[in-house]
Design a protein around this ligand. Structure first.
Ligand SMILES: Cc1cc2nc3c(=O)[nH]c(=O)nc-3n(C[C@H](O)[C@H](O)[C@H](O)COP(=O)(O)OP(=O)(O)OC[C@H]3O[C@@H](n4cnc5c(N)ncnc54)[C@H](O)[C@@H]3O)c2cc1C
Length: 431
């Protein structure tokens, strides 16, 4: 095969295909910016599908013990205690607008989400514990409602499916939800051996599989009118699959996230990969940008895929490359580095202070607050404290001063900072 050098020109190049990168493309489309997105496979396939804004903040000892029913009140508190947290830099109206545009886009493209409200939703985790989140896929929305009303409900799990146990969910919730029980069924046509959520989800896109499963669910539900299932209700049209199963089984049905890799994350990734090119985004999925340089005309990105080298000339860049899991930051013996541009990384003074002695300690680990610094326009800073380049912007969890895991704020940081970065890019390009 001969290799063809391909060359693209765009106004904005977004590096990263996590929630921050995808959100940045949505906001760029909404602002009629010409954009390209390049992203290697990343953490989005692991996400539960929940869009957290802020579930917890730190108390005076630095322990994440303040739980927030109202994330907007939590943000007010965060602004006074942690002024350098990325969410503290963003007005509430912009965070709300970012969530509204993001969830509206998902709904228009076939994956309905609940709208951001005043209060957090108390949602179920894969193991039957509870967490606070702001928005969830419509396929999961009936679960928290059934929990709040303590309705009679059966959690269904499947023979051969690892990583989701109805018994575990019930054991963890039974004190708060006495009318909860569990039943195990065999997934149609997958009667022996290990079975996988992704394969089950694709099988449920086929109407005949839904008919067979509905019969099994009817029997398993007994007298309950509502059942919870692991998140396997279709890959490309989950809302249709759920509605159809509900109709066939005569039950209300909700999904519960599974352990990663998870269908709700893969759904998002596959949906974006399908719709972005149709909407005019130059999308180069599953690839890594190997070099990014700035010159008099703008910036140039280099990468390669199976067909050969690609260069992208652009007037602005958003770096949304995540942290360690996605390769946006790298941990070395000498310290933590940002590998693409060598941006300075705010980090603990030495390696021995990366982790707290107690792994599950409530204060978390200092390494989880490492990241790059940005100015008020979300431009990464060089070591002298000035913008690294006026054409470079950043978004997502690569930003310093936040522990999104303990703060329950992964998607919130990604969406809100992407909203602000794209806003700043538009201002820069149209100045
Ligand atoms: C197990 C797990 C569960 C989660 N559950 C939740 C949840 O319940 N609720 C919630 O709100 N959030 C959750 N998250 C967090 C969420 O999925 C995102 O990780 C988070 O929102 C941060 O998004 P991000 O886009 O900044 O970074 P990431 O998601 O890490 O994405 C970074 C992207 O950059 C790409 N990249 C890196 N370097 C390059 C390069 N050189 N060239 C091209 N691409 C590159 C990576 O491949 C990746 O696609 C979960 C994450 C994990 C891992």
């Amino acid at each position: 095969m001969t290799e063809d050098a391909r060359h693209f020109k765009t106004e904005l190049a977004i590096i990263g295909s996590g929630i921050a990168g995808f959100a940045a493309s949505i906001f760029a489309l909404n602002r009629q910016l010409d954009c390209a997105q390049i992203g290697n496979t990343g953490a989005v396939a692991y996400t539960t599908g929940y869009l957290d804004l802020l579930g917890k903040t730190e108390d005076n000892e630095g322990a994440f013990k303040n739980t927030h029913d109202n994330p907007w009140d939590g943000l007010k508190q965060l602004r006074t205690t942690h002024a350098n947290h990325p969410l503290s830099q963003i007005p509430q109206a912009d965070i709300e607008e970012g969530f509204k545009q993001f969830t509206a886009f998902l709904g228009e493209c076939g994956i309905a989400y609940t709208s951001p409200g005043v209060n957090n939703i108390t949602a179920l985790t894969p193991v039957g514990t509870l967490k606070k989140t702001l928005c969830l896929p419509a396929t999961m929305a009936a679960g928290p409602k059934a929990f709040a009303a303590k309705k009679k409900c059966v959690i269904i799990d499947f023979k051969g499916l690892k990583g989701f146990s109805g018994r575990q969910v019930v054991a963890n919730l039974i004190d708060q939800w006495p009318a909860l029980s569990t039943q195990r069924v065999s997934f149609p046509e997958m009667l022996s051996g290990e079975i996988y959520p992704e394969v089950m989800a694709r099988a449920l896109e086929v109407p005949a599989t839904r008919v067979k499963l509905a019969e099994l669910l009817k029997t398993a539900a007994g007298e309950a009118k509502i059942i919870g299932l692991p998140a396997v209700l279709g890959m490309h049209s989950p809302d249709t699959v759920r509605t159809e199963l509900e109709r066939l089984a005569g039950l209300e049905i909700f999904e519960i996230p599974t352990m990663p890799p998870s269908v709700p994350g893969i759904r998002l990734r596959e949906m974006f990969e399908q719709v972005f090119p149709q909407k005019g985004v130059t999308l180069i999925p599953q690839q890594k940008v190997t070099s990014l340089t700035f010159n008099d005309q703008g910036a140039q990105l280099s990468l390669a895929d199976n067909y050969g080298p690609i260069t992208i000339d652009t007037q602005a860049v958003i770096l949304a490359t995540g942290r360690f899991l996605s390769g946006g930051l790298e941990a070395h013996i000498e310290g933590i580095e940002e590998p693409l541009l060598g941006l300075p990384v705010t980090q603990p003074a030495d390696r021995t202070s990366w982790y707290h002695e107690k792994y599950t300690g409530p204060t978390g680990h200092a390494i989880h607050k490492t990241g790059i610094e940005v100015d008020s326009s979300f431009r990464p800073l060089a070591s002298d404290g000035t913008p690294f380049d006026e054409r470079l912007f950043a978004a997502g969890i690569i930003l310093a001063h936040q522990d999104w895991i303990r703060g329950r704020s992964g998607a919130g940081i990604a969406i809100a900072t992407a909203y602000k970065a794209v806003e700043a890019v538009e201002k820069f390009l149209r100045a």
